[in-house]
Ligand binder design. Structure first.
Ligand code: WTA
Length: 644
């Protein structure tokens, strides 16, 4: 009735209309394309007040049967994952669907042997290796809730997340390779576990052979555990492990992300809706065709890797290229080498990577055959027109549609994007909503904006009127936090935290965050989080952090710091502060600029006027607006003078 894959602009318009007029009928039809143990009783129950959202309730399934088992009969020998190591001279690995099935079953058995049960939280802190996918899918197979933590986070960040999730199990590696560096993951985990009272077992995969300390009774080697599991579950040469039957709304995973408060939130996604959404958007946005090789350059520590390296492509029966390294190692031609080597058809990357590679000019592209590419995608932050055109001209050779995909950890998958080659693109515009996504632009009071501003666009805060299948269900352990963060600002709307423009045709352009969340090289960081970290430093009295435009990173971090001047040496204090931030959050949150100030611009009620600091950080010194309401307007002059 409804095509799973939309193949024309006309069909997109019809499908979109249908999805809004008859959402339940529409999503029931889409859901027919999956494998269920039992089908749903209800397609959708919801209210945004609590909030409560249930998709396909009553249905039973296991997402790994959709990502793996259902493909085995016809595609067992097809590559599910092609893995490219950090070091181009190391052997690559191709994981067929059969092999993936075997490894995931083995790892599920390993988890079971170690006492992991449905609903238990398993924290995964690994590099980008196939075993990370086995660990994720192994958890999903037995119904444990995985919580992947990006390899760049510090021991303290991990400790906070372990505590918040009350995680009892960890899967990690001895170390990880990233460019020229070896990151000692297990040793970071050891630090994170000092004082921890919940974690019972740590499973360690050998990747870098860096020395590690293994605690008797707690720490286990992946290799030993897998070998033993294989002997347990092999019958007549076949390794299999029955998938746990899950409810549609059972949690699938937690992924921590930054918000405007000091503490990261554990975003919870559930089994059925997330599966349907990631698969549907993967197939439609990238116009996936059987046989296509899909290369998403994200790290699985972030939502993009969850949805478009693991779950979406595998559920669609695709082949996902997984890359362990970084775009500039051993040189800035690495992405192009990988595309040439495997004949990649679809490339999905971030504007920050494009801008950084642009900086190396066209030399790294010489001799690289990119003719296999059909479709290009970007995600994570607004893409500037210059980067868009560079990508289109030099990588796509003007023959590949570019999809600019807007979404968030909380949305589970892509919400706004053109469909490659099907709906029109517009440089630096994410363009049109996916079926089922009802957007609205509101003003500060939550009133729908209907008047164009002087640029000819509707402009305001981006909200969504009704749930799509992969909407955030809760923030782990604190449902009210979810309500306050996303559903309270504007009653009966989901608030994205982003500002947007809308043109006459209905295209959307995302202008960036309107809350206190920064987007640094595509990584989400809360200003309050960075301030908390800076304030941990003994020499710091108070700090205020804002973002400013940064050519490569999109946004840079600018910190205004009042210190107690005990050192008398600003450079040393600056270095100490950077150390502290690295220790508390991780290197990704290090401020680019630290300006020491005597005071911060505060209102009489003691609130820091960030608007003023933002203007100063942006270099817009003459447009600070009204500063007469400040407690001490004099501090502004001093801050302006000291601007870095
Ligand atoms: C931003 C990443 C403009 C946005 C998938 C959003 C974008 C935040 C785009 C979510 C895009 C993501 N154009 N901005 N195409 N994609 N963003 O949770 O501000 O890491 O709110 O999810 O990234 O970041 P997150």
């Amino acid at each position: 009735m409804y095509p799973f894959q939309i193949t024309s602009f006309e069909q997109y318009k019809e499908t979109y209309q249908e999805s809004i007029n008859h959402p339940e009928k529409f999503w029931a039809a889409v859901a027919e394309n999956f494998q269920w143990r039992k089908k749903w009783d209800n397609v959708l129950n919801w209210n945004f007040k609590e909030p409560k959202v249930e998709w396909f309730s009553g249905a039973k399934l296991n997402i790994t049967e959709n990502c793996i088992d259902r493909h085995l009969a016809t595609m067992g020998d097809k590559p599910a994952i092609i893995w490219e190591p950090n070091n181009p001279d190391e052997r690559t690995r191709t994981v067929t669907y059969n092999r993936l099935h075997k490894r995931v079953c083995q790892f599920a058995q390993v988890l079971k042997n170690n006492g992991v049960k449905k609903g238990d939280r398993v924290c995964i802190y690994m590099g980008m290796i196939p075993e990370l996918a086995y660990a994720i899918l192994g958890c999903a197979r037995i119904g444990a809730i995985h919580s992947v933590i990006f390899g760049g986070f510090s021991a303290q960040s991990i400790a906070d997340r372990l505590f918040d999730a009350q995680a009892e199990y960890i899967v990690t590696c001895d170390g990880a390779y990233r460019g020229g560096k070896d990151i000692p993951l297990k040793s970071v985990i050891d630090d994170a576990l000092i004082g921890n009272r919940t974690v019972k077992k740590v499973i360690v995969y050998t990747r870098t052979r860096t020395p590690v300390s293994m605690l008797k009774g707690r720490d286990l080697w992946w290799e030993d555990e897998m070998e033993y599991a294989e002997t347990q579950i092999e019958k007549e040469g076949v390794v299999s492990f029955p998938a746990e039957e899950m409810d549609a709304e059972d949690p699938l995973f937690i992924l921590y992300t930054s918000g405007s408060t000091g503490k990261p939130k554990g975003v919870v996604h559930t089994c059925a809706g997330y599966m349907v959404w990631t698969t549907y958007t993967f197939v439609n946005v990238f116009q996936y065709k059987p046989g296509d090789l899909f290369f998403c350059t994200a790290d699985i520590g972030w939502i993009t890797g969850h949805s478009y390296i693991v779950y979406g492509p595998l559920s669609a029966g695709g082949t996902s290229v997984m890359f362990e390294g970084i775009p500039t190692y051993p040189d800035a031609g690495r992405f192009w080498d990988i595309i040439d080597k495997y004949k990649v058809n679809i490339l999905y990357t971030a504007p920050t990577a494009i801008r950084s590679l642009m900086g190396f000019g066209l030399e790294p592209l010489k001799g690289k055959d990119l003719s296999s590419l059909k479709i290009l995608g970007t995600v994570g932050e607004p893409i500037n027109e210059e980067a868009w055109h560079w990508y289109d001209e030099n990588i796509g050779k003007k023959k590949c549609p570019v999809v600019d995909t807007w979404w968030q950890t909380e949305t589970g998958g892509i919400l706004i994007s053109n469909l490659a080659g099907i709906t029109p693109s517009k440089p630096s515009w994410a363009t049109l909503p996916m079926p089922g996504v009802q957007l609205v632009i509101v003003d500060e009071n939550g009133k729908e904006v209907r008047e164009k501003d002087d640029t000819g666009f509707l402009k305001g805060n981006l909200c969504i009127k009704a749930p799509w299948p992969a909407i955030i269900r809760t923030t782990y352990g604190d449902h009210d936090r979810c309500r306050k963060n996303y559903f309270e600002t504007y009653p009966n709307l989901y608030f994205t935290g982003d500002g947007a423009l809308k043109d006459d045709i209905g295209n959307y352009r995302i202008t960036g965050r309107v809350d206190d969340v920064l987007n640094v090289s595509g990584h989400r960081i809360g200003t309050a989080e960075v301030e908390n970290a800076i304030n941990m430093h003994a020499g710091v009295v108070e700090s205020a952090v804002v973002g400013y435009p940064h050519d490569l990173k999109g946004q840079g971090i600018y910190a205004f710091v009042i210190d107690n001047n005990r050192h008398g040496d600003e450079d040393l204090t600056r270095k100490d502060i950077l150390q502290t931030v690295t220790r508390i959050i991780g290197p990704i949150a290090k401020p680019d600029k630290i300006q020491f100030v005597k005071g911060l611009p505060k209102t009489r009620s003691g609130k820091i006027m960030r608007r003023i600091l933002r203007k100063i950080a942006e270099g817009d010194l003459n447009n600070l607006g009204d500063i007469t309401t400040l407690l001490d307007p004099g501090v502004v002059e001093e801050i302006k003078k000291g601007k870095l």
